[in-house]
Write a protein that binds this ligand. Structure first.
Ligand code: BGC
Length: 760
């Protein structure tokens, strides 16, 4: 990254402004850590920077493992992916009883959307737009993980993603930096509390930076982006998580503007430490240092030195630090103070977690026996899951299903437990998940018959099952000819009043290294849907996915579509709750759903261009396609309900606000349907004239409200100049006076709007 002189000066100034004097607690910690560092050998310091995976450590034998020897020698700072108090206690004992300085280890894990009680995948969770529920899900995850010995989670993942081809879009909070920042804060709060209790665990924000902007949506791919776009659109959620107190951050795998994040000093030191004043721990991603050999930056010694110098503190798995830093120091390629700084950060993380006071703080067998996968946690997971589902379509009010009569449940995802939790559910016991079939049967009771038939395999040639299969999640594959499987389903459907088709992606078709170039339903599933439609019976599509899919045909043809993401352990129950109308769906999309792959990237907060398409598509010499309109199938913020909401009477406290004045924007929302329901009221702002081009709209606020049938409520948003700020071309964060369009509505497309002129 080439920086102009002005830019460097701005960064340094911002850094200096943040250098505050330490608090009493920090002074105490600094003294403790300094004293410890003064006793450490070079090897012990480098050892603290090493974060290996736990491998196959087994209880009762940890003492004889290779890892145990390394721990004893002081060559390990922490371990990740070790599960159970018994095992963790055993290795911790080696560290604090057998190593020379008795420094405790930290234990990390990918606790991404729950521990044994799994919540919806993060993309699903974001669709609740409910910060207290999101925080609660992280709290439950922290409680369960800490009860099992874990004190550090590699979450939240806050990468902004606008490309649904990218499989890891499932792990983030969608395309919007404002919403992403709110969720980042809620997650950090939920995980960490104040880090003092034994159920508070350290968060690790990832993947810093721009991992979600991978070219072509292909995982691990290059990113290249202007600083203005980085600061306005991609960096805010990382910063929000750090401002909320996240104790650690993970470097991303990708190349950022010519330098992989792991060796990118601009990211890791200039922005992170100097501009943002981050004082916590910086860890690589899995073998992130070693991978810079393939990036083409040099051999292991060279790339390890580059990473340390850029600002990385801890090396996950690859042991480049462990094996080369001493040599680099002797050769003058790195400095002692760089090693000391990194070592200090690792020790500080352990100190903040209270491990020097009590290395067994998280090792309480009683908690492990009573606090994991409890009935209360499962019930929380059930209600949160239901709030994440998005009703995409409900023509003729096919939903909710009426009880009584016969329902044909069809589809390869209908009777499968493994698939329910979604990607990154490493601590889950899949056998305890509730399938759709089980959920429907339990909810239906005696008066309603639920018939089941598979209808088709997931895909014709099992490509996805083979390539995406991971973490022991298997789908049953029916070996009969496709026509026989289909006929069976049609026979079943013929006996029913309504058909529920559980289709979509399997859990591992999204997540790491699960990018797709075609984001439609596999052809065999489309064929199944067509055959089901031909029966003339009402068809409800229960759609499983970890990404926005291109389902234009389905939207046009299927009367009811409920998108259920991967809703976690309890999602079979939650799906039944929503299908039968015991819970009214209220989820709203946090990504734009395109008509086809060719429209990607398609996101609501785009720039206007000099030749925007205004009026009907198609127009020559305007920014549009010959063969597809610019519209998505579903816009950002969209989601239906079993009731209906009307927006009226948009009003402003003034149309000429001045300076720091608060502008009150009010709208009346009316539930004019027949059922109680929750609505996410969304505020968008457009800055009409700027020193740089500004998006056509940006989310700036939202409120989730509950309305009874016939009830109206005035919803007010307080808007201040804080909401108008953006990073200008000099990366100065400020607002500019002028005209603004204020928009309020139930999604980013259907809005009421008015104009105000804001002067300085
Ligand atoms: C992923 C990270 C994860 C790490 C440790 C990597 O492959 O990119 O998100 O935290 O593995 O499991």
């Amino acid at each position: 990254m080439k920086l102009t002189k002005t830019l460097v000066a701005i960064l340094l100034l911002a850094g200096a402004a943040r250098a505050q004097s330490p608090s009493a607690a920090e002074t105490k910690m600094n003294a403790f850590v300094s004293s410890l560092i003064s006793k450490m050998t070079l090897e012990e310091k480098i050892g603290q920077l090493n974060l290996p995976g736990a491998g196959d450590i087994t209880t009762g034998q940890a003492g004889n493992s290779d890892i145990a020897k390394k721990i004893q020698e002081g060559e390990v700072g922490g371990l990740f992916n070790i599960k159970s108090v018994a095992k963790i206690k055993e290795v911790q004992r080696i560290a604090v009883e057998k190593s020379r300085l008795k420094i405790p280890l930290i234990f990390g894990m990918d606790v991404i959307h729950g521990y044994e009680t799994e919540f919806p995948i993060p993309l699903g969770l974001s669709c609740s737009w409910d910060m207290s529920e999101i925080e609660k899900s992280a709290r439950v995850a922290a409680t369960e993980a800490s009860a099992d010995g874990i004190c550090w989670t590699f979450s939240p993942m806050v990468d902004i993603a606008r490309d649904p081809r990218w499989g890891r879009i499932a792990e983030g909070n969608g395309e919007d930096p404002y919403l992403g920042s709110e969720i980042a804060k809620a997650m950090v709060k939920g995980y960490q509390g104040d880090l003092s209790g034994n159920s508070d665990i350290m968060a690790c924000v990832k993947h810093y930076a721009l991992y979600g902007a991978a070219e072509g949506g292909r995982d691990y791919n290059t990113t290249d982006m202007s600083p203005v776009r980085m600061f306005n659109e991609y960096l805010p959620p990382y910063k929000a998580a750090l401002d909320a107190g996240a104790g650690s951050i993970m470097a991303s795998f990708n190349d950022v503007n010519g330098i992989p994040a792991t060796a990118n000093k601009y990211l890791m030191t200039d922005i992170l430490r100097h501009r943002w004043g981050f004082k916590g721990l910086v860890v690589t991603d899995y073998t992130g240092i070693n991978e810079m050999i393939a990036h083409g930056l040099g051999d292991l010694q060279t790339v390890s030195a580059l990473a340390l110098k850029a600002g990385i503190d801890m090396d996950m798995v690859g042991e480049g630090f462990l094996t080369t830093l001493k040599k680099s120091l002797q050769e003058g390629k790195i400095t002692q103070s760089e090693i000391d700084f990194a070592c200090r950060k690792v020790l500080e993380a352990k100190y903040k977690l209270g491990l020097f006071d009590n290395p067994y703080k998280y090792c309480d067998e009683k908690r492990a026996a009573t606090e994991i996968f409890t009935a209360a946690n499962r019930s929380t997971a059930r209600s949160i899951a239901a709030d994440c589902f998005v009703l995409l379509r409900n023509q003729g009010n096919v939903l909710p299903l009426r009880k009584g009569g016969t329902i044909a449940l069809i589809g390869p995802l209908a009777d499968n437990k493994e698939n329910m939790t979604g990607t990154w559910s490493v601590a889950a016991d899949f056998s305890k998940s509730i399938s759709v079939l089980q959920g429907l049967k339990e909810a239906a009771g005696d008066g309603t018959k639920i018939l089941y038939s598979m209808g088709s395999n997931l895909d014709a040639d099992s490509l996805f099952e083979v390539r995406a299969g991971m973490f022991g999640k298997t789908l049953h594959r029916d070996s009969r000819p496709a026509a026989d499987i289909l006929q069976d389903a049609l026979n079943t459907a013929s006996q029913a009043d309504v058909i529920v088709a559980a289709l979509g992606e399997s859990a591992e078709m999204t997540g790491e290294a699960s990018s797709r170039s075609n984001i439609e339903l596999p052809q065999i599933q489309q064929d199944l849907l067509k055959a089901l439609l031909k029966t003339g019976k009402p068809v409800v599509l229960v759609l499983f996915t970890g990404r926005p899919l291109a389902i234009k045909w389905e939207n046009d043809a299927i009367p009811a579509i409920l998108n259920v993401w991967f809703g976690g352990t309890e999602s079979g129950h939650a799906i039944a709750d929503v299908l039968f109308g015991d819970i009214n769906p209220s989820g709203k999309l946090t990504t734009t759903w395109p008509q086809n792959v060719g429209q990607i990237p398609l996101y609501y907060n785009h720039m206007n261009t000099g030749r925007p398409l205004e009026g009907p598509w198609f127009q020559k010499f305007r920014s549009n396609y010959l063969d597809v309109s610019n519209d998505p199938v579903y816009p950002f913020g969209y989601g239906l309900s079993y009731t209906h909401f009307t927006y009226s009477d948009l009003a402003f406290s003034t149309t000429t606000p001045k300076g720091a004045q608060t502008l009150k924007a009010t709208v009346t929302v009316t539930n004019d349907g027949a059922k109680p329901g929750k609505e996410v009221v969304q505020l968008y702002i457009r800055d009409l004239v700027g020193s740089i081009t500004r998006p056509v709209k940006e989310l700036k606020g939202f409120q989730k409200i509950m309305l009874q049938p016939g009830e109206s409520r005035k919803v007010t948003f307080d808007i201040t100049p804080e909401d108008l700020k953006f990073y200008n071309n000099e990366l100065k964060y400020d607002w500019e006076a002028g005209d603004f369009v204020i928009m309020i509505g139930g999604n980013s497309r259907d809005i009421l709007s008015g104009k105000v002129s804001w002067s300085k």
